[in-house]
Design a protein around this ligand. Structure first.
Ligand code: LR7
Ligand code: MN
Length: 770
């Protein structure tokens, strides 16, 4: 006893303390690892966590060496092409028609037609090199080496451009991402591929030889004492400044983002499409590709040959792997809705979540089958998913559309956060924690991953440009646009900082479950597909939340030219009706711009009851759309009228005036309110509530109370660029009739349009839009 006491005196006491502390730490550690043992992947994850620790020190040195710029955290190597099938490849391969067409980088807002025509372009075969796999290996102090796996011979540094049909200028546009063309189309399209797809910047993951290159100081969800929710310790982005091996990352309550990836050691490194590489199909399988294309409107034939758990390149900006996140992040339910999804892509989506999400944060995966008709999505899917305890399948009894299908998933979700994903995605390394971290910091933040591109043709995983955000153009068409350079500079932004996003793409985001319901979830009156991204975006911003794109979270998505499933009703009508519901509830006076951009015909369609939605907006005390435009999307051009001011008649050289209910001409005088008119998005020539309207058969004019639904009150008018520029053309008569001033200035009449007749030419003082 005395001995023990003596031993515990002086330095011995310190030693004993250290020993006990280590034992406790070890116990906690083991408990942490046990937490994940329930999961199917837990064994592997456990090994990986241990391996990550082992290489932690080495990692910090490796990253020092890898000063590779912002675009890519993994050393860039040439695009390698894997070949599916065994047939020979020939340079005149016709397959390109279907899946290897060029011109990928088109206008960011494409109409269906444009996209369809792209699918039939291009016939060149592009690559005749023998199959090869390029792996990269990071050697301390050495340059990056590229080898083929068999011979270990360095691979040639030769960029392979699959988009042979690109013209030179198009190619550079793809690369520098400077394409800002925005073509508003009448119906919002489904496949707005983000700009700057950087196929030639494709990179590979290190292979299993080296194990994972990123690591985290793993302290899974144990130390909760120091990380209070309301204590905003640090933002994901700024923490990246922390020194690699400083003790700062050991700050209790936070850990480095876990770079868990069960595909780092793929079972078959030579498999088709492995590491997210482009894969070619032999020419003799061309017909097969074509045959199966329509099953998903992408290369289904090829997808079926690619492992459902393939590895993809870690495309995060370099600094992302160094960010720290809180230990006690909320858990999430991942919800995939699908209707007749292709088997291999659905499975790949699910595997990517299972393989790259920290198990303790993944509460469950909910698959909502929106009344699919494909047989293999029934018992076969049940059987397959039964091996994963976290996966639940819900089957809807009738087709609801993706909006109500998501609601059905959300209704049964047990996680604190809902994460919605399309059912043809691949979640990348470290995708989940950065999303949850944002919600942790502020439950009203709605984070979206960067949506990268999985090629619909060769299934390669492609990078997109930095600093992209989701926006809309009139009439509520979704698109991508780069943050202005000045904005980036002014805010001192790095490539990994969250980006404020006026409109989300729709399919991929996380949201605090309670907050989702506080916001009234989605308008359940939205049908099948389309417009719900606008609705939720306006709702979030106007009712106190924020939408962000998180560059450290990246998910690949197959952008398809067409919906591969049937719409219960006409597709265009469905989307239009959804958009009208959104416009009527959220746009206030700006809804005129929506209708005014080619949607006049939607003014009197049946859109169902909106009372609840309007009530909800009042109850939540949401801000106005004007506020949204000014504060969230200030670069949006949204003039409330197309033209305004005096209405000058060129022939008469006088201005229109409204006095005591009569129209007459006067000497132009800007100070007279009676001479001020608006030319509105409804195409009205209007003063307050009164609209200029031709009467009867063309003789005489009356003023009528404006009514948006009456076509007889509408006038076509352009200030330039048309044969009948400056004319006011009556819209309700089939042949061109124009508003004409009588030469004495005492009459107004409708006469057949004459392009040179100056008495038919009218000019407003200010034009805001054409
Ligand atoms: O009736 C349906 N029932 C469904 O369950 C229709 C669709 N779905 C499923 C479908 O199987 C898929 O998993 O819903 C998901 C989305 O449908 P897609 O993939 O046909 O949509 P999309 O990717 O073409 O369209 C984008 O816009 C949609 C508008 O309603 C949704 O918001 C999609 O989620 C959205 N996708 C994305 O945001 C991914 C990036 C695209 C961009 C830009
Ligand atoms: Mn999709």
């Amino acid at each position: 006893m005395m001995k023990v006491r003596r031993y515990l005196r002086g330095s011995g006491r310190v030693l004993a303390f250290v020993f006990i502390a280590s034992v406790i730490w070890l116990l906690f550690d083991m408990a942490a690892l046990r937490l994940s043992i329930n999961d199917v992947n837990s064994q592997l994850l456990k090994e990986q966590v241990i391996r990550e620790r082992e290489i932690f020190k080495q990692q910090s040195r490796v990253t020092q060496l890898m000063k590779r710029g912002f675009k890519h955290p993994v050393q860039r190597v040439d695009l390698a092409v894997t070949h599916a099938g065994k047939g020979p490849l020939s340079s005149d391969n016709k397959l390109a028609q279907v899946y290897r067409q060029g011109g990928k980088k088109q206008d960011q807002m494409l109409g269906d037609k444009k996209i369809n025509s792209l699918h039939h372009q291009g016939d060149n075969l592009l690559k005749t090199d023998p199959p090869k796999y390029v792996v990269s290996e990071h050697k301390e102090g050495a340059a990056i080496q590229e080898v083929t796996p068999k011979q270990g011979v360095p691979a040639k540094k030769k960029a392979v451009n699959l988009d042979q049909n690109l013209t030179k200028s198009e190619t550079s546009r793809v690369i520098d991402g400077s394409n800002k063309v925005m073509l508003p189309v009448v119906v919002s399209n489904i496949t707005q591929v983000p700009p700057g797809v950087q196929k030639d910047k494709h990179a590979l993951l290190p292979t299993s030889k080296k194990g994972p290159i990123e690591t985290g100081d793993v302290q899974i969800a144990l130390d909760k004492t120091d990380s209070k929710r309301n204590k905003k310790v640090m933002t994901g982005a700024k923490v990246s400044q922390l020194d690699n091996n400083s003790t700062a990352v050991r700050k209790p309550g936070v850990h480095k983002v876990l770079s868990l990836d069960m595909t780092q050691a793929p079972r078959d490194a030579n498999a088709v499409g492995q590491f997210g590489q482009a894969a070619l199909v032999a020419s003799n399988e061309d017909a097969e590709v074509r045959k199966r294309w329509d099953e998903g409107h992408f290369n289904v034939y090829l997808s079926d040959q690619i492992p459902v758990d393939r590895a993809i390149p870690d495309t995060r900006p370099e600094m992302c792997a160094q960010n720290v996140v809180h230990d006690d992040l909320p858990s999430t339910s991942v919800i995939f809705c699908f209707v007749d999804e292709v088997w291999s892509t659905l499975l790949r989506s699910v595997h990517s979540v299972l393989n790259r999400s920290p198990p303790h944060l993944l509460k469950e995966i909910i698959l909502v089958d929106d009344f699919s008709t494909k047989d293999n999505l029934k018992e076969q899917l049940d059987a397959y998913m039964s091996q994963f305890p976290k996966v639940r399948i819900i089957r809807l009894k009738e087709r609801q559309g993706l909006i109500r299908a998501r609601l059905a998933g959300a209704a049964v979700a047990k996680g604190e956060v809902l994460t919605f994903l399309d059912s043809h995605v691949e979640c990348n390394v470290g995708w989940l924690e950065p999303l949850l971290e944002r919600i942790y910091l502020d439950r009203k933040k709605v984070p979206c991953p960067v949506i990268e591109v999985v090629s619909d043709k060769d299934m390669s995983y492609m990078l997109v440009d930095n600093f992209q955000r989701g926006i809309f153009k009139w009439p509520l068409v979704f698109g991508w646009s780069a943050l202005p350079d000045e904005y980036i500079k002014k805010n001192n932004m790095t490539v990994s900082d969250p980006i404020r996003c006026p409109v989300m793409a729709g399919g991929l985001f996380s949201i605090d479950k309670k907050y989702f319901y506080e916001l009234g979830s989605y308008d359940p009156g939205l049908d099948v597909w389309g417009g719900e991204n606008m609705e939720i975006s306006f709702k979030i911003w106007m009712c106190g939340g924020e939408i962000e794109i998180i560059p450290c979270s990246r998910v690949g998505h197959i952008f398809r030219g067409q919906n591969p499933y049937k719409f219960p009703k006409d597709r265009q009508k469905t989307v239009e009706r959804n958009l009208v519901r959104v416009a009527e509830v959220w746009l206030d006076e700006y809804k005129d711009l929506f209708y005014g951009h080619g949607y006049h015909h939607l003014l009197d369609i049946n859109i169902g009851n909106l009372t609840e939605q309007i009530e909800l907006r009042k109850r939540l005390k949401c801000k106005s759309f004007k506020w949204y435009l000014e504060n969230v999307y200030p670069d949006m051009d949204a003039p409330l009228v197309k033209a305004e001011g005096l209405v000058f008649n060129r022939g008469l050289r006088k201005c229109l005036s409204l006095q005591k209910g009569f129209l007459l001409f006067e000497i132009c005088d800007l100070s007279k309110q009676s001479q001020h008119f608006n030319y509105t998005w409804m195409r009205h020539v209007r003063q307050q509530d009164l609209c200029v309207a031709p009467q009867g058969k063309g003789n005489g004019f009356a003023l009528q109370l404006c009514d948006n639904t009456k076509p007889e009150l509408r006038w076509f008018h352009k200030s330039s660029n048309s044969a009948l520029a400056e004319h006011l053309i009556a819209e309700f008569v089939s042949h061109h009739m124009c508003l004409e001033a009588g030469p004495q200035g005492d009459t107004l009449r409708l006469n057949p349009c004459e392009s040179r007749n100056t008495f038919q030419k009218w000019q407003f003082t200010h034009y805001h839009a054409q």
